[in-house]
Design a protein around this ligand. Structure first.
Ligand code: ADP
Ligand code: MG
Length: 335
């Protein structure tokens, strides 16, 4: 067969393979969109572990009807104004909606702020329908039905409804830690309802990591060559059986980074048993030019321009905070 350009829908499905691995990855992408839109309230409804239904509604800026067809087109984004060097949003690839639309039945309904009515556009297996008027009082609602109905191989690798449901909850909680001023509601026939009321950063961490965590943690605030680290590091006595409770964020984006995990281990190596994991929540504020978020389509990996600097910052900040604490404790004891 001669070389030919693949049909658009097939290109989207190939891209979807990397962006949309399971229902929780759809939720992650749609939450990112809601948060980038400046929402203060986000509601997530799931059914059948997110395989049969995911519905995410927000009260953000909305999408003008003229832009709805672009929103579901690959490489179309409203977020790339300053190039890859200056990304200050969670999204930037213009891939999520077209990817989801290529592997599920997608409805995108939106009402742009300051406009009269809402409109919706649908995509099923890559085929577009609309836009047409639809009822919605504000913001955006995205509904995803029958995820992977046209990709049986992917469907087969999904876990039970219960496990996929749990992965969705975990995804919502992980991102919610970085957005304490936003209210999140997670509901559905396949779960018990979770409501994360808007509040302070401490209150949000208490809701998710546990109320006793803040009482068993020291606050971090350190700056090294333009990289700022804030957050909480658990006391060496407050540890868990796995690294699930180590949360790291770079400019508000949840990340899983081997260097960060290994630096945490390094900071606690003398205090925590080898098979135990300290609990911590680390927020890094970095100039977007000093960190590359364009490593993988799922955007959970980052590359710091100077990883050694960040490693030193983590180990230094945690040790100093824990050291200060034990010093305080021993002085108090001496009185
Ligand atoms: P990206 O987020 O990388 O730009 P997406 O495919 O996720 O790509 O979304 C495409 C575009 O659709 C976004 O750039 C944004 O303009 C618009 N959009 C998507 N979801 C929302 C939402 N919930 N509220 C407002 N605009 C949205
Ligand atoms: Mg997006």
């Amino acid at each position: 067969m001669p070389i030919q350009l693949l049909p658009e829908n097939l290109i989207d499905q190939i891209a979807a393979g990397e962006v949309v691995e399971r229902p929780a990855s759809v939720v992650k992408e749609l939450l990112e969109n809601a948060l980038d839109a400046g929402s203060r309230r986000v509601e997530i409804v799931t059914a059948g572990g997110g395989k049969s239904l995911l519905r995410i509604s927000d009260d953000g800026c909305g999408i003008p009807v003229s832009e709805l067809p672009l929103a579901i087109r690959r490489h179309c984004t409203s977020k790339m104004s300053g190039g890859l060097e200056a990304i200050d949003t969670l999204g930037f690839r213009g891939e999520a909606l077209p990817s989801i639309g290529s592997v599920a039945r997608l409805t995108l309904r939106s009402r742009a702020r300051g406009t009269d009515g809402a409109h919706e556009i649908r995509v099923d297996n890559g085929v577009q329908d609309g836009p047409r008027p639809a009822p919605l009082s504000a913001g955006t609602m995205v509904e995803v039905r029958d995820l992977f109905h046209c990709v049986p191989a992917r469907l087969k690798f999904l876990k039970s409804d219960r496990a996929e449901s749990a992965a969705i909850t975990e995804t919502v909680k992980r991102i919610a830690i970085a957005f304490p001023a936003v209210r999140f509601e997670l509901a559905g026939e396949d779960r018990t309802e979770t409501v994360l009321a808007a509040g302070s950063p401490e209150a949000r961490i208490a809701q998710i990591v546990g109320a006793e965590f803040i009482d068993n943690a020291v606050e971090l605030d350190a700056l090294r060559e333009g990289v700022r680290l804030t957050g909480w590091a658990g006391l060496p006595t407050y540890h868990r059986g796995n690294a699930q409770h180590q949360y790291a964020y770079v400019n508000g984006r949840p990340v899983r980074d081997k260097m960060i995990l290994s630096a945490i281990r390094g900071a606690y190596v003398d205090f925590v048993p080898r098979d135990r994991y300290p609990v911590c929540v680390l927020f890094f504020d970095v100039d977007p030019r000093d960190v590359d978020v364009n490593v993988h389509p799922a955007k959970a990996d980052v590359r710091f321009r100077d990883p050694a600097l960040v490693r030193g910052l983590i180990v230094g900040a945690i040790r100093q905070a824990l050291g200060g604490m034990s010093l305080r404790a021993s002085t108090e004891g001496a009185d």
